[in-house]
Design a protein around this ligand. Structure first.
Ligand SMILES: NC(=O)C1=CN([C@@H]2O[C@H](COP(=O)(O)OP(=O)(O)OC[C@H]3O[C@@H](n4cnc5c(N)ncnc54)[C@H](O)[C@@H]3O)[C@@H](O)[C@H]2O)[C@H](O)CC1
Ligand code: K
Length: 545
């Protein structure tokens, strides 16, 4: 599924109207009707008590209403349900409000009670939405203007939020702010048109106040801001509805952004998720991962990463570790080869170890470094030697990223010929980019894309809805995973998976995207297999790969 920001959405609207010749009023009609359809669907599910108590954070797509209202009810029965409903429609003065007016008209036609609540006097509504104000008047849809009398929510069964859409600029002001606050306080379920009013459509930043929606009916294309927290949270469940904008218009040469679905993995990234193994393949066919990881007290990180690499399908895995640790982990994973590195008995790493790692790498296909490495004297030179000397794909995680940050980031060193995949969590990303963690989280997609482009790396910015940015500027947002995966070692598992996929010949962006996707999926399955998802531990993810 393609993602767009507000600017791209405006450009797509413009092209559809001016170059293709579809009138703006038709788009607004389609938008309002799509909202009405989802609102009706929601009311029917509610009447059947089929709604989950809380939104589930789903993102779905609907083209031409295909099969969305999969119920056995007749139109007469549906109208009967809608007669029990009375929705308050919050109408802003831009086109988002226009969509809300169209929806109100269709809902009234379906025999639902609706009342319009204009944020300002409707005479102030100009442009495309003005015609919808006239239609609403001609049809005598009950209406009032916010602030002219006290707002009483008694008798209403839901609220449609059509206050602000992609035209939002900054924190909601004036009547918008007051109305959003009161709507949030009403306790009524809310459905947002295009995006919850008060969310930044591009970044997912949530302004104060912001509508807390149960469902967001996103129009035409999924807005990037709805895929990232906290925007994703206030949006509730998101359904993306087609409004007749030709999909081909979005397929430009510009590196795009995508929600990472199986379809995107296959069609945009060329990954074959269920590729069969060569019938006469042998362990050498599937690559050999070399892992530089672990130190005193942190050998578990190396174990998890190397085991995950094997489960991801590489033929062989060697774990390079401080020599004095080796006897302690010898039998933990019998499938694994160990390469003890000279440590003078310290169970730690040193600058000199880089030469040994590079020598081992000569006969291996990919190097992953970082999990449980610890920090040590000469670490900058150690990592620089790997960065500049490893002529195979390199995955850097955890302490290796902190070393990279301390050394001034990738800009300080020679650009690599072979691929580099960096897998920071927000704190590590902050150190790499020289900004605060809050700044990283404010615009994860934008930051990840800029960093990947600038440094020619594949960047995996972890956290709920992990962002994968490719060196060509494409961005993929991962929808799989569960909060149960917020547990020590889950990141080490991801490092191993990505390395294991690289060893099998996937490109950096393929391995990063597919790796993040299956890591999340395995986590979901592992969580579902537990009596309580909170008891999931990282090793469970490996078992469900
Ligand atoms: N052809 C199309 O363009 C289609 C658009 N659709 C819908 O239209 C909105 C975008 O509409 P737009 O008129 O550009 O902007 P908004 O309605 O989101 O809001 C503009 C309105 O609000 C005021 N405003 C902006 N920010 C603030 C703020 N922080 N506080 C207070 N007031 C604010 C501003 O002055 C304007 O008056 C899009 O999301 C779709 O819902 C249809 O989908 C059809 C095609
Ligand atoms: K809205």
């Amino acid at each position: 599924m393609r993602l767009v920001d507000a600017e791209q959405m405006r450009e797509l609207d413009r092209q559809t109207i001016q170059e293709i010749g579809i009138p703006a009023a038709v788009l607004m009609e389609n938008a309002g009707r799509a909202i009405a359809e989802e609102l009706i669907r929601w009311c029917v599910l509610r009447s059947e008590q089929q709604l989950p108590k809380e939104p589930e954070g789903l993102i779905e797509e609907d083209v031409l209403g295909m099969g969305r209202l999969a119920c056995q009810k007749s139109p007469a029965e549906i109208r009967q349900i809608l007669r029990q409903e009375h929705w308050l429609m919050l109408i802003g003065k831009g086109n988002n409000g226009g969509d809300g007016l169209v929806a109100a008209r269709h809902l009234m036609n379906a025999e639902m009670s609706v009342t319009l609540l204009y944020v300002t006097v409707p005479e102030q509504i100009t442009g495309e939405a003005a015609a919808q104000v006239q239609a609403a008047r001609a049809l005598n849809i009950p209406s009032r203007v916010f602030g002219e009398q006290p707002l009483d929510f008694a008798g209403y069964t839901g609220i449609l939020d059509a206050l602000l859409g992609t035209g939002t600029s900054g924190v909601p002001r004036g009547s918008y702010a007051a109305l959003i606050e009161q709507a949030n306080g009403s306790g009524l379920p809310m459905i947002s048109a295009d995006l919850p009013s008060g969310v930044n459509a591009d970044t997912g930043e949530v302004y104060e106040p912001c509508i807390q929606a149960r469902i967001t009916v996103c129009l035409a294309f999924l807005k990037t801001g709805l895929t990232q927290y906290p925007g994703a949270k206030v949006a509730g469940d998101v359904v993306v509805k087609d409004i007749g904008i030709p999909a081909s218009l979005a397929e430009t040469d510009e590196p795009g952004s995508f929600l990472l679905t199986e379809e995107v993995l296959i069609r945009e990234l060329g990954v074959q998720p269920s590729r069969r193994r060569d019938p006469d393949g042998h362990k050498g066919t599937y690559g050999h991962v070399l892992l530089a990881a672990g130190s005193a007290g942190m050998s578990g990180a190396g174990l998890l990463a190397s085991k995950a690499a094997l489960r991801a399908g590489c033929g062989l895995a060697t774990w390079a570790l401080p020599g004095a640790l080796a006897p302690h982990v010898l039998s933990a994973v019998p499938e694994l080869m160990l390469a003890p590195i000279g440590d003078g008995g310290s169970k730690g790493w040193s600058q000199a170890a880089a030469d040994e790692v590079l020598r081992l790498l000569e006969t291996r296909s990919v190097l992953a470094a970082g999990p449980g490495l610890g920090r040590f004297e000469g670490e900058g030179a150690f990592l620089r030697a790997l960065w500049e000397g490893a002529r195979r794909p390199l995955v850097l995680d955890a302490d290796a990223l902190n070393m990279l940050a301390a050394a001034g980031g990738p800009a300080a060193w020679k650009r690599r010929d072979a691929a580099a995949v960096l897998t920071p969590h927000p704190g590590e990303m902050a150190r790499l980019a020289g900004v605060s963690t809050a700044e990283v989280q404010r615009d994860r997609i934008g930051l990840a894309r800029r960093f990947a482009l600038e440094h020619g790396v594949t960047l995996v910015l972890k956290g709920a809805r992990t962002v994968i940015a490719a060196e060509d500027g494409r961005v993929f947002v991962n929808p799989t995973g569960t909060p149960a995966m917020a547990t020590g070692g889950a990141g080490d598992v991801l490092t191993g998976i990505i390395a294991g996929l690289l060893a099998q010949g996937l490109t950096a962006v393929q391995a990063a995207a597919f790796g993040v996707y299956v890591h999340g999926l395995a986590g979901e399955r592992a969580a579902a297999a537990r009596h309580n998802p909170a008891s999931l531990i990282a090793g469970d993810i490996i078992e469900h790969l």
